[in-house]
Write a protein that binds this ligand. Structure first.
Ligand SMILES: CC(C)(COP(=O)(O)OP(=O)(O)OC[C@H]1O[C@@H](n2cnc3c(N)ncnc32)[C@H](O)[C@@H]1OP(=O)(O)O)[C@@H](O)C(=O)NCCC(=O)NCCS
Length: 125
């Protein structure tokens, strides 16, 4: 059984500057409709949630990087982070590589300045 992991940390202000004042292009390039809906529903703290998803996607790419060698082979929206009814985050991989992924799990945390995400993949090789 093969396991890989990925981690990423980001300054929330960096993501805020990419999105504000109304950078729809950045949002649409990076986030899926469901992710935007979730973050926007968080109102005042929405940038923490946007940043957490950005860190989450980077962490997914790091965990996948043993089998996806070049970044342009996968796009931001190919890794979607949604929350179940308890708030627990889950990753959906919208890419052919998902056939080789047996299980993927993510954990997210954020405070005022930083967001962090860890991802573990169990491979089905
Ligand atoms: C879930 C919980 C631990 C989050 O901790 P927190 O210190 O408030 O916030 P953090 O910044 O560290 O983490 C926030 C992230 O936790 C994740 N999260 C939320 N609920 C979760 C859950 N049930 N299980 C795992 N992760 C969860 C989310 O990804 C969230 O970020 P997002 O909304 O941007 O997706 C907290 O809300 C809590 O204690 N809830 C009640 C008890 C509980 O449900 N515990 C989990 C089962 S043991």
């Amino acid at each position: 059984m093969e396991i890989t992991c990925g981690t990423d940390i980001i300054e929330i202000d960096r993501i805020k500057k990419c999105i504000e004042p109304s950078n729809e292009r950045f949002k649409e390039r990076v986030y899926t409709e469901k992710e935007i809906k979730y973050c926007e529903s968080r109102k005042n703290q929405k940038y923490q949630h946007y940043a957490a998803r950005f860190a989450g996607k980077e962490a997914v790419f790091k965990a996948l990087s043993k089998y996806i060698y070049k970044k342009f082979e996968i796009s931001w929206k190919d890794a979607e982070i949604i929350n179940d009814e308890t708030g627990r985050p889950e990753v959906i991989i919208n890419h052919d590589i998902s056939a080789k992924v047996k299980k993927i799990d993510i954990s997210i945390s954020h405070c005022k300045e930083y967001a962090i995400a860890n991802v573990v993949i169990v491979w089905n090789l």
